[in-house]
Design a binder for this molecule. Structure first.
Ligand code: BGP
Length: 467
């Protein structure tokens, strides 16, 4: 019982713009993230992404650390603006070489590369065609993906389409992924991304029939705050809006009836062409990858009352309010991280069960983890027992989901090495390896193994047994 499969992909994750830095090196063109910290609503006192934790100049050392931990896989994203130079689609050879070298180095250590095609860092040249608002977005995205498939298709067996397409739609402004110039509704942006995702899945199947590709949304069980029937209804509706519409469209090829009616009710329209309908039907994934941090608890509030009850912290896990449907509330049964995210390992098992029951596809976890403020001890150590405890409980919950019957391929928590948070700076640390820099003092970027590094290494050696 509770056995992890023999070839289980133990590893960890990162994303290009949060890890690489080097925004002006190697022929990279600007991305929407390069100047995120110069926007009016960017929180004060925290760094942006210009230098990040300088993986671009430390990649060999970083891969060696992953190999030392015994990683079987590493999930990272390719930076679109490092690969493509302009709207015409001209390719940057230096960018191609950077990821070729990285992939070769991983393979040298028998680490399976798991590649996210697009993780938030839209090149600014996309604005020339109207950015994510435009129905041309999917064509430009497809051209970029083609370059990746041509260059890395023989070496990369696992591809992920778009990171957290659902968070793009819901908290895009907070995590900086939506341009300030954008005018389209969140639902139209969601749809444009869904079409882009479908086109790339279809292209992948055509060009690389032997590799596997899947989506990577942020999914979590939703609880009703009470046993009031209205709260249960809010839960069912939030399930749809937060989770299922994003997986239904990619796994079943269409938006469900509830969602179509909901759009009519709120007088929102998404423009879907006949051609898009066909593409969406014709592009099914091989597996589901998802990111899991926390569950969501909701209650019903009427459309009239909703303004009075707004929670002012809006991010990936709180502050979601949908008029006439309900709003997120705190779950008093759950402890929280330093940054206020609820910790729910039983919820992890529940979420795995729900996703598997609904779609019956193998599952890969591409993010899970705890963000914490950490300070080096005098002898340069990080005693992160809270992280060990967090992972121990989540991995145990995952092993229980396996004995419940869920088919799991891999676990790649966030993050391999410290990097910069989407909107809370570099002090919100997630890695197994500490990087010696502060918000504005870049110091020496020295890599230092945390206590969790040694714990995870041992866990991988035992293939998660006796967790
Ligand atoms: C997910 C994103 C990641 C990552 C993580 C932690 O939503 O896919 O890019 O950053 O959350 O979130 P944060 O950086 O906001 O702490």
């Amino acid at each position: 019982m509770n056995k992890f499969p023999k070839n289980f992909l133990w590893g960890a994750s990162s994303s290009a713009y949060q890890f690489e830095g080097a925004i002006n090196q190697g022929g990279k063109v600007p991305s929407i993230m390069d100047k995120f910290d110069e926007r009016k609503n960017y929180p004060k006192g925290i760094t942006g992404f210009k230098v990040a934790t300088d993986h671009y100049n430390h990649w060999k050392e970083d891969v060696a650390l992953m190999a030392e931990m015994g990683f079987k896989s590493y999930r990272f994203s390719i930076s679109w603006p490092r690969i493509i130079k302009n709207i015409k689609g001209d390719v940057n050879p230096e960018g191609i070489k950077f990821y070729n070298d990285l992939i070769d180095e991983l393979i040298k250590y028998n680490i399976e590369p798991v590649v996210t095609i697009f993780h938030f860092d839209t090149p600014t040249f996309i604005e020339e065609i109207g950015g994510l608002d435009s129905n041309q977005f999917s064509n430009i995205f497809e051209l970029y993906a083609k370059v990746l498939f041509e260059n890395y298709g023989s070496k990369v067996k696992y591809w992920l389409t778009i990171n957290e397409l659902n968070m793009f739609a819901f908290v895009g402004q907070v995590i900086g992924v939506i341009s300030e110039k954008s005018k389209a509704s969140k639902w139209q942006i969601m749809h444009n991304l869904n079409v882009a995702q479908a086109k790339v899945i279809r292209l992948c199947k055509k060009m690389l029939p032997n590799v596997k590709i899947g989506p990577a949304p942020n999914i979590s069980s939703v609880y009703a705050n009470s046993n009031k029937p209205e709260d249960h209804l809010a839960k069912l509706n939030f399930d749809q809006i937060r989770n299922w519409i994003f997986l239904d469209i990619v796994c079943r090829g269409e938006y469900g009836t509830w969602f179509k009616n909901f759009l009519k009710k709120i007088k929102e329209e998404i423009i879907i062409t006949k051609e898009e309908e066909e593409i969406l039907k014709d592009s099914k994934p091989d597996f589901i990858a998802f990111n899991y941090y926390s569950t969501m608890t909701v209650e019903y509030v009427s459309a009239q009352d909703i303004k009075k009850t707004l929670d002012n912290k809006i991010d990936q896990h709180s502050g979601l309010v949908i008029p006439g449907v309900g709003k997120t509330v705190k779950n008093k049964n759950l402890p929280k991280t330093d940054y206020g995210w609820e910790i729910d390992y039983v919820g992890f098992r529940n979420t795995l069960r729900e996703v598997y029951d609904r779609y019956q596809l193998p599952i890969m976890i591409t993010e899970n983890g705890i963000g914490a403020k950490e300070v080096l001890t005098k002898d340069e150590k990080i005693h992160d027992n809270y992280r060990i405890e967090y992972y121990q409980k989540h991995i145990k919950a995952m092993s229980e989901a396996i004995s419940d019957g869920v088919e799991m391929i891999g676990y790649m928590p966030w993050s391999a090495i410290d990097l910069v948070s989407t909107h809370e700076g570099v002090s919100k640390r997630y890695g197994f390896v500490y990087v010696n820099r502060d918000e504005f003092d870049e110091k020496d970027m020295k890599r230092i193994r945390k206590d969790s590094f040694f714990w995870y290494k041992e866990l991988i050696e035992r293939n998660g047994e006796n967790i």
